[in-house]
Design a protein around this ligand. Structure first.
Ligand code: NAD
Length: 565
């Protein structure tokens, strides 16, 4: 590709706008509305100095001026400031020197755009961002802050000050490890990125360069933007010049051409927002594949498009689903509840101890997940029926039943009391059966459901040196029950599977008797560590989702390899 001129690297920094809010003329004149305001101001001055102009006309001019002048500062003022302390008062100037005084917020051209870009990073869930051309330091830092710890911004900069010095300028930031600056020809840098097969969630292009169309085409043709990714193009309104007649400025004509090219590109959808110099948001659409593959022989089937047009991660989502988790008040059940909720389900937390269930339900609510807490002893049929009735009354049905409550009591087999045996079996097997049956009846009626039981690695091996006959036998029973129901109900839309964790670091194993055994157990675990509850979360989401519809009666063992040694 040929980009004739290096990107114009005139990124005036916010720290140079340290004016009072009433005189942010420079700031205003960057935007279309600023230009309107300037012209209205001149018209008003002429009108005020001319006695022939009717008072009514002066009044209308004043009203229009007030609205025009007020808009941009108001948008800036209303954009929530969420800077972390690392950025507070530490805006950059062009030399990378940290100014001592924080610029007045209303005058910080770039502030609003920075906030908008930060929103995009959150909304897209971006991890990798490519910046091509100049961008104000504030905008880069706003995006960097919104990136997760393993996120990365690659900055392609033609001019040294945007390269070396910018990198120096970023060095103070705790987020600096996320920024990588590549100085040199933009075309060469893009070629390099394409060769190594990099692709990005958001690509930021500054339109203010001689041939932005080449940059745009290169990004699209070489798949630097991932499918469903977003391109943001800055400066696409050029203070309104792009849509005015009789414009001869070369840069304006280049941006006008870019807007048209994007608008007529079947691979993308575009919207231009009047944010500062104009911000185009360009989304690469899935249908774009049609345009990309004309010359190739490709099979456009479920594999290509995704089953039911859903790509694999979307197929794991549980939006609109109703789930419950027994023993959800702590440990594995709590982690299951969070995972199902994060995947989109409403979740009822069921536990013997209401207070524990309520805390977890509150945690979910804080994350915007619909939840409810209920007390129940799963070994009692009336309790089980009550919770299912309550869930159906509140949310209409149950799609995902997570029967997880369980207890473990240790004793040598010759000493195991009938009481211990019954207690263990009542919770671990009878309770689980009651839940499967009650939830299963609802699911069979609606022809759809996912039951996920918590068994244990103890169903496969005999964990030692602790003695736990009743537990081991009850968990083997859970696996057989799962296999039986899984085959009996599959043809009526109900899948029944179980998860068998190895030794998981939860309160269940924190008893005084078991704690000293941890070092002994570690020697038996190829993974060299105990499982964490988070190690089990993806499994429950998978088994709850439609992505696992062909799996039934399965015992999904997650034990770091322990059962294989
Ligand atoms: P945990 O003891 O930390 O939590 C269990 C929860 O279940 C508690 O909140 C408890 O109040 C609740 N509960 C107990 N009896 C109940 C009943 N009758 N009705 C309703 N709720 C009841 O246990 P955990 O480690 O999170 O284990 C959860 C499940 O995972 C259990 O079935 C357990 O057997 C199984 N498991 C645990 C491990 C492990 O190493 N922690 C390993 C394999 C399997």
């Amino acid at each position: 590709m040929h980009i004739k001129r290096p990107l114009v690297a005139v990124s005036t920094d916010i720290s140079t706008f340290n004016l009072k809010s009433t005189s942010c003329l420079f700031f205003l004149s960057e935007t279309s509305m600023g230009l309107i305001a300037e012209n209205l101001r001149k018209a008003r001055e002429i009108a005020l100095g001319d006695s022939r102009v009717p008072e009514e006309l002066k009044h209308y001019l004043q009203e229009a001026l007030d609205v025009a002048v007020g808009l941009d500062p108001y948008l800036d003022a209303m954009a929530t400031s969420k800077q972390t302390t690392s950025l507070e008062g530490r805006q950059l100037n062009v030399k990378g020197v940290e100014p001592k005084v924080k610029p007045h917020k209303e005058c910080t051209s770039g502030y609003l755009k920075g906030q908008v870009l930060r929103m995009f990073v959150h909304m897209v869930g971006a991890k990798r961002i490519l910046l091509i051309g100049s961008l104000k330091g504030y905008s880069i830092l706003a995006m960097v802050e919104a990136l997760p710890d393993d996120g990365k911004i690659t900055v392609c900069a033609a001019e040294p000050y945007l390269g070396v010095k910018s990198q120096e300028a970023f060095d103070y930031s705790s987020h600096v490890k996320k920024i990588s600056v590549k100085v040199g020809s933009i075309a060469d840098t893009l070629e390099e990125l394409a060769v190594v097969g990099d692709h990005f969630d958001i690509v930021f292009i500054d339109a203010d360069q001689r041939n932005p169309v080449n940059v745009y085409n290169f990004v699209m043709d070489n798949h630097l933007l991932r499918m469903d990714g977003v391109i943001c193009v800055e400066n696409t309104l050029m203070k309104g010049q792009v849509y005015l007649e009789n414009v001869s400025d070369e840069n304006v004509l280049a941006v006008r051409k870019l807007n048209k090219v994007i608008n007529s590109d079947p691979r993308v959808e575009q919207v231009i927002l009047p944010v500062q110099g104009g911000l185009s948001v360009v989304r690469r659409s899935r249908a774009s594949a049609d345009g990309m593959i004309e010359s190739k022989v490709l099979v456009k089937d479920h594999v290509f498009w995704g089953y039911n047009r859903c790509r694999i991660l979307d197929r794991l989502r549980l939006d609109g689903k109703v789930a419950y988790v027994t023993g959800g008040g702590q440990g594995i059940g709590r982690a299951f509840a969070h995972a199902l909720g994060e995947a989109g389900a409403k979740v009822a937390i069921v536990d013997l101890v209401l207070a524990k269930a309520e805390i977890v339900a509150d945690e979910l609510s804080l994350k915007g997940i619909k939840s409810m807490a209920m007390a129940a002893d799963v070994s009692k049929p009336e309790d089980v029926q009550r919770i299912l009735n309550a869930i159906v009354a509140r949310w209409g049905t149950v799609h995902v039943a997570c029967n997880n409550a369980g207890i473990n009591m240790n004793s040598a087999s010759e000493d195991t009391s009938l009481e211990e045996w019954d207690k263990t079996f009542n919770v671990n097997l009878r309770g689980l059966f009651l839940c499967c049956q009650a939830a299963g009846r609802i699911m069979l009626k609606q022809g759809y459901g996912k039951i996920i039981n918590t068994a244990s690695m103890a169903s496969l091996i005999v964990p030692h040196p602790q003695k736990q006959l009743a537990y081991n036998a009850s968990k083997a029973g859970v696996v057989k029950l799962t296999q039986t129901l899984g085959t009996e109900w599959i043809d009526r839309g109900v899948r029944v599977n179980c998860i068998s964790p190895g030794i998981v670091d939860t309160p269940l194993i924190h008893s005084e008797d078991l704690k000293p055994l941890v070092q002994r157990w570690l020697r038996d675990i190829p993974a060299g560590k105990l499982a964490q509850v988070t190690d089990l979360q993806a499994a429950v989401v998978y088994l709850a989702s439609e992505a696992s519809d062909y799996i039934t009666g399965h015992n999904l063992v997650i034990e770091g390899g322990q059962s294989l040694w």
